[in-house]
Design a protein around this ligand. Structure first.
Ligand SMILES: [Zn+2]
Ligand SMILES: [Zn+2]
Length: 376
C-alpha cells in the first residue's frame, strides 16, 4: 500500500514529505496507522548524527490504530488502539529472562541499524529501501512495527496523549517510580523540567512524595513543573557558576532539614545536572541518571564517598517493563494521575515538522513541553 512519510535523506538537511510504498507485515509484525507522534530530542540527535543509516523515517513516540496483522500475532486485533514502544523485548535473552526487559539484547542489536527485528525493511520509494528508526518510525502515516511494540490502550485515551507514553513519559515516570523507588513522604529533587522531568514530577506526586523540588534554567519550565505537582522550584545555575551551584545546594538543604533529598533525578543531559543531583542527595540516598551525556566524564569528590553511602544509578527507558507498565501508565492517564495533556505545547502537521524539530535546539523554545505531529 501507499502512505505518506517524512524521509531523512541527508544528515542535517530537511526531511522530505513523500508518498512511499509500505509492504505488508511479516511474521510477528503489525501494520499501524499512526494517529499522533511526539517529537523527541533523540530524533533531533539522529537527524544530525552522521552515523544514522540513510534514507530513514524518524520518529519513536507514537500511537495509532492496528490495521493488519502478520502471522503469529495474537495479542492485538484490527481496530485496536495502541501506544508504540521502541523496546519490543524478545522475552528470551539473558536480560529479558532476568526480568529487565528494557535492557533486551535483541532490541539493542536492531535499534539503530535501520531495520526491523529480522534485519529487513518494509518501506520503499521507487524500488529503493528506506530505513526504520528505533523499530517504529512514527513520522509516517502508516508504519510496520514488531508486534511486541504494540501496547493496547483504552479507546478513550486521546492519541496525542497516548503517543507520549512510549518515550518521555515512560522514561520520566519510571525514573521516579521504578529506578528511584520514590515512596510516600520522600523528598525528591528533579533536575530539568522538560518532557521527561515533568513526567518524573508526576511520578513523584503519584507516589505522594512530600517535597518535589524542580530545578531548571527557564522560568517557563518551572511554571509547568508547578502545575504538574512540584512543591518548590529553583532556577538552575549557568554551567561553571560554582557559587550559584553551591547556593542551589544550600537552598535544597534548607528545604530538607539540612540532610538533602532521598532521591535526585537528573534529566538534563548535562553533567552539571548530575553534579547538582549528587550534592542535593542525603547520605544513603539515590541519584538517578536519565539524560544521555555528551561529555566524556563527570566528576564528584572521592573523599568520604563510602561514608555517604549514596547510590548512583543509570536508568534506561525508565526501568519499566515496556509492555505491562505502558498499559498501567495509560490507565493512570485516564484516572487523572498522569495529566498528559499538560505536557503538550504545540501540535504540528507534516509541513511544519522540520521547523518543529529544529525548534528543539532553539534556546528560546527548547524544553517548553512536547510537540506532537498529528495526521488527521
Ligand atoms: Zn525519545
Ligand atoms: Zn530480550
Amino acid at each position: 500500500m501507499k502512505t505518506k512519510a517524512a524521509i531523512l535523506r541527508q544528515c542535517g538537511q530537511p526531511m522530505s514529505i513523500e508518498t512511499i510504498d509500505i509492504a505488508p507485515p511479516q511474521n510477528n509484525e503489525v501494520l499501524v496507522e499512526v494517529k499522533a507522534s511526539g517529537i523527541c530530542r533523540s530524533d533531533l540527535n539522529s537527524y544530525f548524527d552522521p552515523a544514522t543509516p540513510l534514507p530513514i523515517i524518524l520518529g519513536h513516540e507514537g500511537a495509532g490504530v492496528v490495521k493488519a496483522l502478520g502471522k503469529g500475532v495474537t495479542h492485538v486485533k484490527e481496530g485496536d488502539h495502541v501506544a508504540l514502544s521502541w523496546v519490543p523485548s524478545c522475552g528470551n535473552c539473558f536480560y529479558c529472562l532476568k526480568g529487565t526487559r528494557q535492557l533486551c539484547d535483541t532490541v539493542a542489536q536492531h535499534l539503530f541499524n535501520g531495520t526491523l527485528l529480522d534485519g529487513t525493511k518494509r518501506f520503499t520509494r521507487d524500488g529503493t529501501k528506506i530505513g526504520h528508526y528505533s523499530l517504529i518510525s512514527t513520522f509516517s502515516n502508516h508504519t510496520v512495527v514488531p508486534a511486541k511494540s504494540c501496547v493496547p490502550i483504552p479507546q478513550e485515551l486521546p492519541f496525542e496523549q497516548a503517543c507520549l507514553l512510549g518515550c518521555s513519559v515512560a522514561t520520566g515516570w519510571g525514573a521516579a517510580r521504578k529506578a528511584g523507588n520514590v515512596q510516600a513522604g520522600d523528598h525528591v529533587a528533579i533536575f530539568g523540567s522538560g518532557g521527561v522531568g515533568v513526567a518524573a514530577i508526576m511520578g513523584a506526586k503519584g507516589a505522594r512524595a512530600d517535597k518535589i523540588i524542580a530545578i531548571d534554567r527557564k522560568l517557563v519550565n518551572l511554571e509547568n513543573a508547578y502545575t504538574s505537582g512540584a512543591t518548590d522550584s529553583f532556577l538552575a545555575p549557568e554551567a561553571n557558576d560554582k557559587k550559584s551551584s553551591q547556593d542551589l545546594t544550600a537552598k535544597i538543604m534548607k528545604l530538607t532539614a539540612g540532610r538533602g533529598v532521598d532521591c535526585a533525578i537528573d534529566t538534563t543531559g548535562h553533567t552539571a545536572g548530575f553534579e547538582g543531583a549528587w550534592y542535593a542527595t542525603r547520605k544513603g540516598g539515590t541519584i538517578i541518571v536519565v539524560g544521555a551525556y555528551m561529555a566524556k566524564t563527570m566528576s564528584i569528590p572521592s573523599t568520604g564517598f563510602h561514608q555517604k553511602a549514596k547510590t548512583i544509578k543509570g536508568c534506561f527507558y525508565g526501568d519499566i517493563d515496556p509492555y505491562k507498565d505502558l498499559q498501567h501508565l495509560a490507565n493512570l492517564a485516564l484516572q487523572g494521575e498522569l495529566p498528559l495533556g499538560s505536557l503538550i505545547r504545540r501540535r504540528v502537521k507534516f509541513n511544519e515538522l522540520n521547523d518543529a524539530m529544529l525548534a528543539l535546539d532553539d534556546p528560546k523554545t527548547c524544553n517548553m513541553g512536547r510537540t506532537v505531529l498529528t495526521f488527521d
